[in-house]
Design a protein around this ligand. Sequence first.
Ligand SMILES: Cc1ncc(COP(=O)(O)O)c(C=O)c1O
Length: 444
Amino acid sequence: MNDAPANAPRLDAYWMPFTANRQFKKAPRLMSSAEGMHYTSFDGRKILDGSAGLWCVNAGHGRREIASAVERQLSTLDFAPSFQMGHPIVFDFAERLAAMAPGGPNAGLDRIFFTGSGSESVDTALKIALAYQRAIGQGTRTRLIGRERGYHGVGFGGVSVGGMVNNRRMFPQLPGVDHLRHTHDLEKNAFVKGVPEHGAELADDLERLVALHGAETIAAVIVEPVAGSTGVLISPKGYLERLRAICDRHGILLIFDEVISGFGRLGTPFATDYYGVIPDIVTTAKGLTNGALPMGAVFCSRKLHDGLVQGPEGAIELFHGYTYSGHPAACAAGLATMDIYDREGLLTRGAELAGHWADAIHSLRDKGPVIDIRTIGLMAGVELSPREGAVGARAYDVFVDCFEHGLLCRYTGDTIALSPPLIVEPGQIDEIVEILGVAIARAH
Ligand SMILES: Cc1ncc(COP(=O)(O)O)c(C=O)c1O
């Protein structure tokens, strides 16, 4: 902070993730507290949360029920070993999630593996897919398929199947990974509300990869039904159905990464429900605990679970897991979060607000540099034309301008991404659009 107040923290030691550290530390943006739809910044300003923190605070901030549940749990049982030992709340939470699993009871995605984050959920899902193929005698299937412009976290598995060049170029990747083409098509699908019409045939790219590599080498395909971190890219009509059919035809497992789209973001509990296409595995995190404590959950089909959980009864079936898998305090936070979602109908509230949300955000269409707007549920991407030779600079200016004028949003490349807590009121949606519109108009 240039004119830092006396109580400002020292900034040197903390190496910030996915941040331009030196730029940030010259003009830091610090949050001190949060309640409901608002943060309070370090300099005492109210900031409307247009991004649910980092796509995770779906029930809004400062939920006392979650804090009390965590406090109670920590003072009852703070930790128990996760390997070869259990504790009641982890079983309770798994049962609770199983009862609301993506796709409903008939989908059978009701075997739950707990992790500590979205990245861990993704790597867990990839490993389960590989292990399952091997267990059913398909051990040649070691290849994983991701998609261009996908984001699946930062583990080596997630980076390998991910499709964002800056996350990949510095690091070696898993061998034998390939990528489908992305589905973003500005020419055919610009300024669409909801699911775009064009692009189902892009799923046929999987047939191309099958023809190139041989189906017997491919274990699984992972996609985000709606990609968030790469700029809110919405799978087009018919695309996921087609992907499912091709996977079925060739014995390939399908993984939906719902770390962002899970827990009500699209106006249904999961994107799996929104699209009505059932994958073999669904990865989640973020909204699982309302962002209050780190945790992820991987929903696996019974087929996969039962295929792997066999052999001699005394033998460990899957050599995988984390110290903090199913941490008692995170389970307490998760159960309290599900209570709030149920009581307040938050997992479907996005459907009620989606019309107002879409109309409000699409009113920005004629602001100077806006080249596309994409909305679904309570999620939006507002894409700006990049400044010559400075990709991302315009969106960064908009992001900073918004923060200075009382709105937290996200930016990725030149897309402004919005995903407010699901408790947002229509008037607050209008406020988001007002502040963002002025910032975009200023960002020439
Ligand atoms: C689709 C998706 N997968 C995985 C992740 C990684 O989650 P985490 O940052 O909790 O590791 C993210 C994070 O934004 C995500 O959007």
